[in-house]
Design a protein around this ligand. Structure first.
Ligand code: ATP
Length: 252
């Protein structure tokens, strides 16, 4: 049984600063995120991974406030969060089922076999559930990563570049799954693929150099762009406009 919701937002950050090494990689971010799919965008080094790691309670904020699910102790919080890191470590000799069950066990779940079966089915790996991880393709391993993140039906789901390594058909299915999960969960998904955001996100959060540049709907982001900005689609041009990237063919 889940406790009744007693908070206004699943995620609430106020003037949040988080260090990565010696650098303040998240540098004064204020935002709120509720249910829905929040696409976290930004150029390399913008601070997306660092923000997600702070939301996953892996990194402790240097200053500012971060309230997750209304504030509760870390152990309880971690049971209610799902997290797919960018570099997803797994045990090559574990089967898919063993690995997802192991994560469920770490989260102190009850009725683990049923939850594992459901998570594995949701990512389309039921027929590979008893195969060892080392026999899977890169895209399938990514899907196991998604399965372990959703096995506890989290209230906050954090996915750091989950579509890396997925082929186009898998990406489409993944977007559907995100939309499904986002109806009653706060999903934060970092990506470099602006078209993923347009197709799957209810809300876009754009970071640059550790600061929040924009938060709004994909349509509002698209409306920021003009033909003079870099990009193949309205939303990419909106992204470029907010980052001040002019259209300059032949340059990086
Ligand atoms: N462990 C570390 N030590 C030193 N600097 C770090 C460390 N981790 C991250 N950084 C720096 O902090 C900044 C933010 O990094 P972060 O990984 O959060 O960005 P990102 O938006 O996820 O980037 P990418 O899109 O390339 O994954 C970068 O300048 C990065 O070089």
């Amino acid at each position: 049984m889940t406790a009744p919701t007693t908070y206004a937002w699943e995620i609430e950050a106020r003037d949040l600063r988080v260090r990565a090494g010696r650098r303040m990689a998240v540098d004064g971010v204020t935002l709120t995120m509720g249910r829905g799919v929040h696409g976290l965008l930004g150029p390399n080094g913008a601070g997306k991974t660092t923000l997600i790691r702070a939301l996953a309670t892996v990194l402790k904020p240097a200053t500012g406030e971060l309230s997750l699910l209304g504030g509760m102790d870390f152990r309880e919080l971690r049971r209610r969060i799902g997290y797919l890191p960018q570099e997803f470590g797994h045990h090559r000799r574990f089967t898919v089922r063993e690995f997802v069950a192991y994560v469920a066990w770490l989260k102190e779940m009850r009725d683990i076999p049923a939850a594992v079966q459901r998570a594995v089915e949701r990512v389309g790996l039921a027929d590979r559930a008893d195969d060892r991880m080392k026999t899977l393709s890169g895209g399938m391993i990514r899907r196991v990563g998604i399965a372990q993140a959703i096995v506890n039906d989290p209230e906050i789901l954090l996915l750091d570049e989950p579509t890396a390594g997925l082929d186009p058909a898998q990406r489409l299915r993944f977007r559907e799954l995100l939309a499904e999960i986002g109806t009653d969960t706060c999903v934060v998904v970092s990506t470099h693929l602006v078209e993923d955001v347009a197709a799957a996100c209810t809300d876009v959060v754009l970071l640059s150099q550790g600061k929040l540049v924009f938060q709004g709907t994909p349509e509002q982001l698209a409306a920021k762009g003009t033909a003079g900005h870099a990009g193949d689609s309205p939303i990419e041009r909106g992204y470029s406009a907010l980052l001040g990237l002019p259209h300059r063919p032949g340059t990086w």
